[in-house]
Design a protein around this ligand. Structure first.
Ligand SMILES: *Cc1c(COP(=O)(O)O)cnc(C)c1O
Length: 400
């Protein structure tokens, strides 16, 4: 049950009842059917096969590759290890150009591999790095560019590929947001030398934890298979350092069920995304970010940009007012990775060179979307936001 607001005093931030009784999270979890889950786990118990590339992991490798239309998919334990494995399979050295406007793991994986991140600013419309922004950052020490397909929108694959070809660099992508998203109609998964996915519980494909590397390069796939296994060799390929990055059968069981339910999950996202888009058409000062860019998308992220010229309420004020109403909106990615420890002290030079990253990290807000939220709830939430925008001056005054 929800009660709509009739006056500013009724907002929970000012002592009223919250609009929603229970908290609504941004990262909605996809829950597979319980009986399917039991059946799959019964198989694991029957086979006494828990890990070391068991039948379910192999099935997930095959199905995911086929699903994305890419020659090789190699599942690993999570999306962070996936990126670490990529750095070893690509034999990277020195500096890697990477956005600071991304999940911290994108950068952490480079540091675990002993590489130096070189932070690149992003385009204000796509929120992604571009070849134009990356080129001036190339030095003799650069070995690669790691782009993130943020919100599932492709990170300039053509531009970055020609730049990397010209300078002899490896291009790879953090595709954690981009399952079932396309670029020029082609599914993300086969761009650059390798792409890295995450099956974390909050992602569109829930494997509880899990990750996957995809590539059309068979020799590289062999090196990935070697790097993900600390001990026994599946291939004759060699890599500098190996790790235990194996996906377990339990994870693969979840991931297979997530893959089975993926299109249904995405359809739900798309329906909710449509409601937000319609309702936000007249939200003065709160613009819905186009995360699809005319392509197919999984619509797992519902991103809004607060325009300080059009509303007196700040992003943080929206954030705290919504939290009080039990809408747990998020501020991804705040602050940018360059402002987090240890990067702010290791590389203080970036505190002044990433204006768009800094702007976006202080003006974006993510709203709930996904399988656990109903269209009615999105309508109620939209009513609340319309109310906030209509009464922004009065609310801002009360917040002083
Ligand atoms: C979730 C995420 C990761 C990390 O993946 P895990 O599977 O949680 O380790 C990396 N990069 C991006 C962009 C992510 O969203």
């Amino acid at each position: 049950m929800t009660t709509s607001k009739k006056s500013v005093q009724q907002l929970a931030a000012f002592g009223g009842y919250p609009l929603f009784k229970a908290p609504i999270h941004v990262g909605q979890l996809y829950m597979p059917n319980w009986n399917d889950f039991e059946d799959t786990f019964r198989g694991i118990f029957k086979r006494h096969y828990f890990t070391n590339h068991g039948p379910l992991v192999r099935e997930m490798d095959e199905r995911f590759a086929k699903h994305l239309g890419v020659r090789n998919a190699v599942c690993v334990t999570n999306g962070t290890v996936s990126l670490m494995v990529a750095t070893q399979a690509l034999n990277l050295r020195g500096e890697v150009i990477v956005p600071a406007f991304t999940f911290p793991a994108t950068v952490q994986s480079l540091c675990w591999a002993g590489l130096t991140p070189v932070f690149c600013d992003v385009d204000p419309l796509t929120h992604n790095i571009t070849s134009k922004l990356a080129e001036p950052l190339i030095t003799e020490r650069t070995s690669a560019i790691l782009g993130t397909h943020l919100w599932g929108r492709a990170c300039d694959p053509d531009g970055l590929q020609s730049l990397c070809d010209e300078y002899g660099l490896s291009l790879f992508f953090d595709a954690a947001h981009a399952i079932d998203c396309t670029y020029n109609g082609k599914k993300i998964g086969g761009f650059g030398r390798v792409e890295s996915f995450s099956f974390h519980a909050t992602k569109v494909l829930n494997g509880a934890e899990g990750g996957c590397l995809t590539t059309n390069d068979d020799a590289l796939a062999d090196r990935i298979r070697t790097a993900r296994n600390f001990h026994v060799s599946e291939t004759y390929a060699r890599v500098p350092i190996r790790i235990n990055g194996k996906m377990s059968e339990a994870q693969a069981a979840m991931a297979l069920l997530g893959l089975k339910g993926l299109s249904k999950n995405i359809k739900k996202n798309k329906d909710l995304y449509r409601i937000y888009r319609q309702r936000s058409a007249d939200w003065k000062g709160l613009r819905m970010v186009d995360t699809a860019g005319g392509e197919e998308s999984n619509y797992q992220y519902c991103v809004f940009e607060v325009n300080p010229d059009a509303t007196v309420l700040t992003r943080n004020q929206f954030f705290f007012i919504l939290r009080a109403e039990n809408v747990l909106a998020r501020r991804y990615f705040y602050p940018g990775v360059h402002r987090m420890k240890p990067y702010d002290t290791l590389f203080p030079e970036y505190l002044t060179t990433l204006p768009v990253t800094d702007y976006l990290s202080s003006h974006l807000l993510q709203f709930p979307i996904g399988s656990g939220i109903s269209s009615d709830q999105v309508e109620h939430l939209s009513d609340l936001i319309s109310f906030l925008i209509k009464n922004d001056a009065e609310i801002a005054e009360q917040m002083l």
